[in-house]
Design a protein. Structure first.
Length: 77
């Protein structure tokens, strides 16, 4: 019987990439539209910037966890 050489799919990589990209886009839009009169309706809080930052941190955390798991299970030698 042949030895299996494929690695199982780690869903954290595509999900982390997607969340990181969405976070960069949303936080970037929040930075570019800072000071807009539309933020008066949200009590002056730049919601795009805050949620974009949260989504970005979540995506980076997923990628870091995936990198850590791959490094931990990598064959030595």
């Amino acid at each position: 019987m042949a030895e299996q050489t494929t690695k199982p799919l780690d869903i954290r990589v595509p999900m982390g990439t997607m969340f990181t990209l969405y976070g960069v886009i949303l936080a970037g839009y929040g930075l570019l539209s800072n000071g807009s009169p539309a933020y008066a309706r949200s009590l002056g809080i730049n919601v795009n910037l805050w949620w974009g930052s949260a989504i970005l941190l979540f995506g980076v955390a997923l990628l870091a966890l995936s990198w850590h798991a791959n490094r931990r299970h990598a064959p030595h030698g």
